[in-house]
Design a protein around this ligand. Structure first.
Ligand SMILES: Cc1cc2nc3c(=O)[nH]c(=O)nc-3n(C[C@H](O)[C@H](O)[C@H](O)COP(=O)(O)OP(=O)(O)OC[C@H]3O[C@@H](n4cnc5c(N)ncnc54)[C@H](O)[C@@H]3O)c2cc1C
Length: 372
């Protein structure tokens, strides 16, 4: 008979899916290749609980972000996960950027995000005296979350409800038996292989999702979305943060720009930049100091007082994008039988930002696709 549902991936998304499936009475096994939960995309991000401002109306990213934010804040409150309600300023540093603020305000309202406040440059500076801008939008509902605590709290909910989370277990192949069950082959850290069957399967493999999805055979002209890794570097600020809000420039296409985020302890980080890569690597590349110089120039557009050499290399993260650099921005691709024709399978591709914010809403959405 095998397992009822296997979820591949113990990042925030796979765990949120498993948590939801357990809460409605299913038997769930979560499998991850890493030794602990959330070690890939979920622990290398900006930790921002987004308000749902930038995404096209009607997109899954917009809908699941707005729904997910509410669910996440309630969950964190109940589970004792630290959240810091910083608010966020999106700043126009030149007069021609002001129209972009208007466009963000319209898309936020179309997404039914919490209302934004329009501020003049002087009003923004009253809130943040070290900021330079000609106008700003204040998003009071944006916050930061302790992702480490969040990951552990999600895992605890799955396990306390009787779900199993297996680590150091790589999925090496996926097939189907004669009865239509999924046959999942795995290899553990010692190289031992095993094979298990499940009635239903969720692929929440982040950067590994395309490789996993491509192991199955589909009918018609369905194609598994390709993943294009896009690395982002963060620099931390030595010394006290000059700002108490998160500070974002206006976005440049698919990229939100070099923004300032604060962690739960109030430490300031700048980033992430964007570097489209052929393969996943977390190396921090700045041997010649050119990256730091680019960051300094970007940050000084809104914080002219950034001291020389105050930025220290911090960390990197890799976005699992499903569109190439020159292509239009893609929505989250959450594919069920309607898209790929395989009963019992939900596969998630391109779960980049705001996937952290949206994780609990994604969990509910995936469960509803599996139930239909
Ligand atoms: C630089 C950056 C900044 C971001 N900032 C924000 C932000 O501020 N706010 C926000 O809401 N979102 C943000 N995001 C997006 C957010 O981090 C992701 O959407 C979210 O973490 C995705 O979670 P996941 O569970 O899908 O992926 P992951 O956390 O990567 O989980 C996938 C899991 O699948 C496992 N896996 C993969 N292949 C296999 C295999 N073959 N066998 C077994 N296991 C496998 C991996 O080990 C991994 O643990 C950011 C992302 C990046 C990269």
């Amino acid at each position: 008979m095998g397992i009822e549902i296997i979820v591949v991936g113990a990042g925030v998304v796979g765990l949120a899916v498993a948590r939801r499936l357990k809460s409605i009475g299913h038997e769930v096994l979560v499998i991850d290749r890493q030794p602990r939960a959330g070690m890939e995309v979920s622990s290398r991000n900006s930790e921002v609980v987004h308000a749902g401002l930038y995404y096209p109306a009607g997109s899954l990213r917009g809908k699941l972000c707005v729904e997910g934010r509410r669910k996440l804040l309630d969950f964190c409150d109940a589970a004792g996960v630290s959240v810091r309600k910083t608010g966020k300023l999106i700043v126009a540093t030149t007069p021609d950027e002001v129209t972009k603020l208007d466009a963000i305000a319209s898309s936020a309202s179309a997404n039914k995000a919490e209302p934004l406040q329009h501020l003049s440059g002087a009003e923004a500076q009253r809130l943040e005296p070290k900021l330079r801008c000609v106008a700003a939008l204040l998003s009071p509902g944006t916050a930061v979350v302790d992702t480490h605590q969040l990951i552990l709290a999600l895992q605890a909910d799955v396990e306390n409800a009787g779900g199993i989370v297996a680590f150091n277990t790589s999925v090496t192949d996926i097939g189907r038996d004669d009865a239509g069950a999924f046959v999942v082959e795995t290899k553990d850290a010692a190289g031992a292989t095993s094979r298990m069957t499940s009635q239903r399967l969720v692929i929440a493999g982040g950067l590994g999702a395309t490789e996993l999805g491509a192991k199955l055979t589909y009918g018609g002209d369905y194609r598994v979305p390709r993943t294009y890794p896009a690395k982002g570097h963060y620099f931390s600020l030595s010394g006290k943060s000059p700002f108490s809000h998160l500070i974002y420039p206006v976005p440049h296409g698919a990229w939100l720009g070099i923004h300032l985020t604060l962690d739960i302890a109030g430490r300031a980080r700048f980033g992430p930049d964007i570097e489209w890569c052929d393969e996943v690597s977390y190396a921090f590349d700045d041997d010649d100091g050119a990256r730091r110089a680019r960051f300094e120039a970007e940050v000084r557009r809104y914080w002219p007082g950034l001291p020389d050499r105050a930025l220290q290399p911090d960390s990197t993260g890799v976005r699992p994008k499903i569109y190439a650099e020159a292509e239009p921005i893609a929505d989250f691709a959450i594919h069920g039988p309607e898209q790929h024709g395989v009963d019992g399978l939900v596969a998630l591709y391109g779960i980049e930002s705001p996937g952290l914010t949206s994780c609990l809403a994604i969990g509910d959405y995936v469960a509803s696709v599996l139930e239909t």
